[in-house]
Structure formats: C-alpha cells, structure tokens
Design a protein around this ligand. Structure first.
Ligand SMILES: [Zn+2]
Length: 161
C-alpha cells in the first residue's frame, strides 16, 4: 500500500483502536508527512491555523518501503503517548516533561508494546546510519576543482610592491 497521509491515518486508527482505547479522542488528530529529517522521527503539535487540531508529523524518509512498518508504528505510538499525556492535545497534562524519567518506555510496556519499542530501537541502531548515508549523500564533487589559493611569498630581494 502506498505510504501517503491516508495510510498514516489508517495506521494511527489501528493503533488507537487496539492499544489506546482508554484515551479519549477530544479533537481532530491529523497525520502528515514532514520533511526528511536525520534525527526527528516524528512530532506532535497544534495546527497553527486551528489550535483545536493536533497534528502528528512523520519523517518523510518513512515513505520508503525499505523502512519496516514497525518503525513507523513505534513512532506513532510515541506521538500518541504524548497526546495521551496532554502534550499538544486537549487532555490533562500527565507530567511536566514529555520524556520525563523513562515515561515513554513504561507507557509502551504498560500497553503490551515493549517488544515494538525494542524492535524499533534495534532496527534504528543497526540501519539508520546507512539510511541517512543514502538519503543525504555527500555532495557530488564539482567537475572543476576549487581554485587552490596559495600565497606566494615575495622573494626577500623584491623591492617595492
Ligand atoms: Zn517524544
């Protein structure tokens, strides 16, 4: 299936229906693909044009079929956990900081998703570096080498300028 925003929305719905049934959906939650990013896999924010809508943004590198679905699922679980904890959502805020003291791992564990959590971690550790090397290749060399700037010292007997 093509990985577009409708697909992302389906994955979110599936996760919500299966693992987050205790979390009420108090507003619209939209799924979008953002820019290709090296470090940020996903994020949750409020729609700047409609502060009542939450937007979960997913790294566009994840459109590539080479990225396993469980990596995307774990990312969505992570963002949905922020939603459940009241970060950029209408729900009551559960703690001061979104990633306070192992809160994310605990949430995955309590929802029976610890294996998903570990799977994502393992996969990223083994593969992310290579994905980034492919996604952000080093700049091609210029056909013409950059001019070498070399200072030619004036001979000591040179007089004048
Ligand atoms: Zn987070």
């Amino acid at each position: 299936m093509k990985r577009d925003e409708a697909w992302l929305q389906q994955v979110l719905d599936k996760i919500w229906d299966n693992y987050f049934t205790d979390v009420p959906q108090e507003n619209d939650v939209r799924m979008v693909f953002g820019r290709r990013a090296k470090r940020r896999l996903g994020s949750i924010g409020l729609d700047p044009n409609d502060r009542h809508t939450s937007i979960i943004t997913i790294n566009s590198i994840f459109k590539s079929p080479e990225i396993p679905e469980f990596v995307i699922e774990a990312t969505i679980v992570h963002e949905l956990t922020h939603y459940a904890h009241g970060f950029n959502s209408p729900l009551a805020q559960a703690q001061a900081h979104p990633h306070a003291g192992g809160v994310m791992r605990r949430e995955f564990a309590e929802r029976g998703l610890l294996e998903l959590y570990s799977q994502q971690k393992r996969w990223l550790k083994a593969n992310w570096h290579e994905v980034l090397a492919r996604e952000f290749p080093p700049r091609a060399r210029n056909a013409r080498p950059a001019a070498v700037k070399m200072k030619i010292p004036k001979p000591f007997w040179y007089i004048g300028d």
